[in-house]
Design a protein around this ligand. Structure first.
Ligand code: C5P
Length: 406
C-alpha cells in the first residue's frame, strides 16, 4: 500500500503560476501529473500566458476556474491574492519567463500572479524557461541569484533544443522533473529539522532618547534573515524576532517585530521557552537611555548635553543560562583580540558555537551581502573563506543539524 511518504503531494494545495512562454504548453501535463499525485491545483496565469495555453484547457485539467485578473470584469468578484497566498502550500511558477523573474526580484506587482508572489507566505519555486542568451544574460542570472537568496527554489532549466531553433540552456525542466522537485520539497524524510522550532534574532534594536531621536547601530539584519530562511528550508518552524529592517520575511518564517532591546528580550525569551534552539544574530544595544524624555529635548546654546545610559538585559546570556539540551548559537563582531573575545563569549553565554566576524576583514560586516567568519567552539576554530551571507547561513545550519544529531 502506498504510504504518505510515497505520495508527499497528496492533499497539498499547489498554486500553479503560468507566464507567457512557449513552454506554457507543458503546464497542461504538469497540472495533470500534480493532480495524479493527489494535489489540489489552482492556476493563476498572466495575460500573455493565455496566448500559449488556453484557460479552458487549464480549467478543465485543474477542475477549478483560472485566475488572471484582479477581479472578474463580468461580476466584479475580487480575486484576492492574499487568500491565494494563504491557501497555497507551495507556489510553483512554471514556466517562469525572464520578464516575470525580473519583476519578482524587483518587487513589481502589475498582475495577479506577481501580487500573489509578494503576499505568499508559502515556499515558492520557479522553473525558468527562455532562450539561452536570455538565460545566460547577467541580469537574469542576477535576478535568479537574488530570488534564491530570499528562499525561492530554482528548478534549473535543461540544455537542449530551444523554440528559437538554437541549442543551449534555457529549456524548462520537464513536467516529471518539476513534480520530482516538488515531491522532494514535501518529502519530510529529506528535511533534517522537521518538527524542530528555532528562534532567531536579527537586526539592530532602537533605543529611544525622546520622541524624535534614538540610539541604534549599523546592523542590516541580512545575516539573521538568511539564517532564518535556511532553518525554514531545512524543515524547522522559525520565529524571527526582528529589529526594524526593510528585508522581506523569508518563506515559511514567522516574524515578530520589535524595536527596543527590552522588547527583543521579552519576545525572544517567550519564544525560546518552547523552542529547540536559538541563533542570536541581532546587534542588541548594550545600553539604553535611563529615561526617555516625554517631549523633544531642546538644544541650549551653552554647555554639553549628558545622557545617562543603563545596561540592557543580555538576551543570549539569559537563554544560555536556561538552555538545557537546546542548541544556542551566538555571534561575535570584534575589532581586536577577536579569538579571545569569541572564546570568552562561548563560555559566558553557554553557546554551542560562536560565529566570529572581524570588522578588520574585507567583505565582512554590516550592510554587504558577503561575510568572512570563523566558527569557534570548545573543540577549536574553523575559518571559512569569504562567502555570501546565504552560504554562511547554510554552513551554520549544517553545524546545527550536526549538533542535534549527536
Ligand atoms: O557580548 P556581545 O554583545 O558582543 O555578544 C554578542 C552576542 O550576544 C550576539 O550573539 C548577540 O546577538 C547577543 N546579545 C544578546 N543580547 C544582548 C547583547 C548581545 O542576545 N543584550
Amino acid at each position: 500500500m502506498a504510504t504518505v511518504q510515497d505520495r508527499p503531494l497528496q492533499g497539498r494545495h499547489i498554486l500553479l503560476g503560468i507566464t507567457g512562454s512557449i513552454a506554457a504548453y507543458k503546464a497542461a501535463m504538469l497540472c495533470r501529473l500534480l493532480k495524479r499525485e493527489g494535489a489540489e491545483v489552482q492556476v493563476v496565469m498572466t495575460q500573455l500566458a493565455k496566448q500559449f495555453i488556453t484557460p479552458l484547457t487549464m480549467a478543465t485539467l485543474s477542475r477549478r476556474p483560472i485566475l488572471v485578473e484582479f477581479f472578474d470584469p463580468e461580476n466584479g468578484q475580487w480575486n484576492s491574492h492574499v487568500s491565494l497566498g494563504e491557501w497555497a502550500d507551495c507556489y510553483l511558477i512554471a514556466p517562469a519567463t525572464a520578464n516575470t523573474l525580473a519583476k519578482m526580484a524587483g518587487g513589481v506587482a502589475d498582475n495577479l500572479l506577481l501580487t500573489t508572489y509578494l503576499s505568499a507566505r508559502c515556499p515558492v519555486m520557479v522553473a525558468p524557461a527562455m532562450d539561452l542568451d536570455m538565460y545566460a544574460h547577467y541580469t537574469t542570472q542576477r535576478n535568479l541569484e537574488e530570488l534564491a537568496q530570499h528562499g525561492v527554489a530554482i528548478i534549473e532549466p535543461n540544455s537542449g533544443e530551444l523554440a528559437s531553433g538554437l541549442e543551449g540552456k534555457g529549456r524548462m525542466a520537464e513536467p516529471e522533473e518539476i513534480v520530482e522537485a516538488l515531491k522532494a520539497h514535501f518529502s519530510e524524510k529529506k528535511k533534517p529539522l522537521t518538527d524542530r522550532h528555532f528562534v532567531v534574532t536579527a537586526g539592530a534594536t532602537i533605543e529611544p532618547i525622546d520622541p524624535v531621536r534614538y540610539i541604534t547601530n549599523h546592523s542590516s539584519g541580512k545575516m539573521g534573515y538568511a539564517i532564518a530562511g535556511e532553518l525554514a528550508r531545512a524543515g524547522a518552524r522559525v520565529t524571527l524576532v526582528s529589529g526594524r529592517t526593510e528585508l522581506p520575511v523569508p518563506a515559511g518564517v514567522e516574524r515578530v517585530d520589535v524595536l527596543t532591546a527590552e522588547e527583543m528580550y521579552e519576545a525572544t525569551t517567550k519564544a525560546f521557552a518552547e523552542a529547540d534552539g536559538g541563533v542570536m544574530c541581532a546587534a542588541v544595544a548594550d545600553y539604553t537611555p535611563r529615561e526617555v524624555a516625554a517631549s523633544k529635548i531642546k538644544k541650549s546654546d551653552e554647555g554639553d548635553l549628558t545622557l545617562t545610559l543603563r545596561r540592557t538585559k543580555d538576551i543570549a546570556a539569559t537563554l544560555g543560562a536556561e538552555k538545557g539540551g537546546r542548541v544556542l548559537v551566538g555571534f561575535a563582531l570584534e575589532t581586536d583580540n577577536e579569538q579571545a573575545h569569541a572564546e570568552e563569549k562561548l563560555a559566558k553565554k553557554h553557546f554551542d558555537f560562536v560565529v566570529l566576524n572581524s570588522l578588520r576583514d574585507a567583505g565582512a560586516g554590516f550592510r554587504g551581502d558577503t561575510n568572512k567568519v570563523t566558527f569557534v567552539d570548545a573543540a577549536g576554530s574553523e575559518e571559512l573563506p569569504l562567502l555570501s551571507k546565504q552560504e554562511v547561513a547554510v554552513r551554520i545550519v549544517e553545524r546545527i543539524v550536526k549538533i542535534l544529531s549527536k
